[in-house]
Design a protein around this ligand. Structure first.
Ligand SMILES: C[S@@+](CC[C@H](N)C(=O)[O-])C[C@H]1O[C@@H](n2cnc3c(N)ncnc32)[C@H](O)[C@@H]1O
Length: 423
């Protein structure tokens, strides 16, 4: 059964749409040209530490930042930092960086990658009681004694100063041992419906798996050449960046797309390791940009023409709920994008530059021109459009659900849009 919600899409590969710089002879692509989307096989920059969705290619991000020849006191910001590719790439170039993300799972992975600590982290062993107040979120997949042993490890790691390596090791083990709860939809995870379905793993097997993963990550940490430049990884909302006005020199980022994927559920197991039961506590789901939940308080919004037209098309669409639920979702997404853009514009210096990576998509048969929408919203906030570079997105799996397939869709692309601040 495909439980993917309408409009959700699975796996992509990407190739540059030829621009002059990519062609060695007219009409032929230079082999191996870098694209923003991380190739599934990338290991550079510890991309293989944890499979975070929509991650940037490390080499691509590094190349993009180095084009700017920034001075060593410059600050690079990613307000939707995910697994921290931007911050790690900046660090590897000796630049200070700040990565903001609302999802603590993303920040745990980003902290591991950007820890800046070249020393191999100690291989920890559990020394905690595993006592948990309230209902244990890991019992969504594991029986009580298995969940308790995982909790003992989680508590040990969160009490240790170099905890992110241990916690990511735990993410890896929990993910690997709960594969049977993944359906064909990579962004949805099921839960055990009965005690019989809850996984039982012996204590020594759990310990062995976690120690093995800690060793793997310790070795991978050694593969990245870092500098001592500080990277601040903060759990915060892009609508309220905890940064001073005019403090950032370069923004390199990719906001969540308007594709209606619930990424809080996609990371339900890792959130459970962090003590968050995403099925019971809805705060994080409500807060994430692109959430499928509709918030109640919705302030009025003024938008550019591409977003206004999209909203009008969705409102007129004859399918069920388009003019109700779906229209509210697009409005909510645009509100979040607008607040993020307001904040990025506030913290950017008057000399700042920005690269936004966004993917167009479809709502049923209506194209969602996210790149154009972003250009308009940035221009309304004193950014000057410099250039855009599209990359074709080829669908590998046509695993859209049936009702989504009922609508004919064209090609979509992911675009890197470059802006400069207007003085
Ligand atoms: C496309 S991903 C970025 C991936 C990143 N470029 C990487 O290399 O891993 C977008 C990120 O935005 C985050 N996000 C969603 N809503 C947010 C919000 N309101 N404030 C801050 N971050 C948010 C998501 O958790 C997700 O990690």
């Amino acid at each position: 059964m495909d439980v993917r919600a309408e409009g959700q899409e699975a796996h992509y590969v990407q190739e540059p749409i030829p621009g002059e710089a990519d062609l060695d002879v007219p009409g032929r692509l230079v082999r191996g040209a870098l694209t923003p989307k991380r190739p599934a096989t990338e290991t550079a920059g510890m991309a293989d530490a944890f499979p975070y969705y929509a991650g940037f290619s490390f080499e691509w991000a590094r190349g993009k930042i180095s084009e700017h020849h920034l001075s060593s006191d410059a600050v690079v910001l990613d307000p939707w930092n995910g697994s921290g590719t931007t911050t790690l790439a900046a660090n590897s170039l000796g630049l200070r960086s700040i990565g903001i993300d609302r999802n603590p799972v993303a920040n745990t992975v980003a902290r591991l990658r950007c820890s800046g600590n070249p020393d191999t982290p100690p291989i920890l062993t559990p020394n905690s009681s595993g006592a948990y107040e309230g209902s244990e979120p890991l019992e969504s997949w594991f029986n009580p004694r298995t969940a308790k042993r995982f909790r003992e490890w989680a508590q040990t790691f969160s009490a240790a100063s170099a905890s992110s390596a241990g916690t990511v090791a735990l993410f890896r083990v929990v993910r690997a041992t709960t594969k049977s709860f993944e359906g064909s939809n990579p962004t949805w995870v099921k839960r055990a419906k009965s005690d019989a379905e809850r996984i039982d793993i012996g204590r020594s097997e759990i310990d062995e798996l976690i120690v093995r993963e800690q060793r793997f990550l310790a070795e991978r940490l050694g593969s990245v050449s870092r500098t001592t430049a500080p990277s601040g990884i903060l759990t915060a909302d892009s609508a309220y960046l905890p940064l001073a006005d005019q403090s950032v020199d370069l923004v390199l980022t990719s906001p969540p797309y308007l594709t209606r994927i619930d990424y809080a559920i996609a990371y339900a197991r890792e959130l459970a390791v962090l003590g968050i039961d995403i099925f019971a506590e809805k705060d994080l789901r409500y807060a994430l940009m692109g959430t499928t939940l509709t918030r109640t308080q919705q302030p009025a919004l003024s938008l550019g023409s591409a977003a206004t037209e999209l909203l009008a098309k969705v409102a007129r669409h004859d399918s069920k709920a388009s003019s109700g639920y779906y229209l509210k979702q697009v409005q909510q997404y645009m509100r979040d994008l607008s607040s993020g853009m307001d904040e990025v514009s506030r913290v950017a210096k008057s000399t700042a530059e920005m690269h936004l990576v966004v993917q167009d998509s479809y709502y049923k048969d209506i194209p969602v021109p996210l790149a154009q929408m972003c250009i308009e919203e940035a221009e309304r906030r004193s950014w000057r459009f410099v250039k855009s570079k599209p990359y074709a997105v080829r669908r590998l799996l046509t695993s859209l659900n049936r009702s989504a397939q009922a609508y004919k869709k064209g090609e979509v692309s992911e675009t890197v849009i470059t802006f400069r601040r207007t003085q």
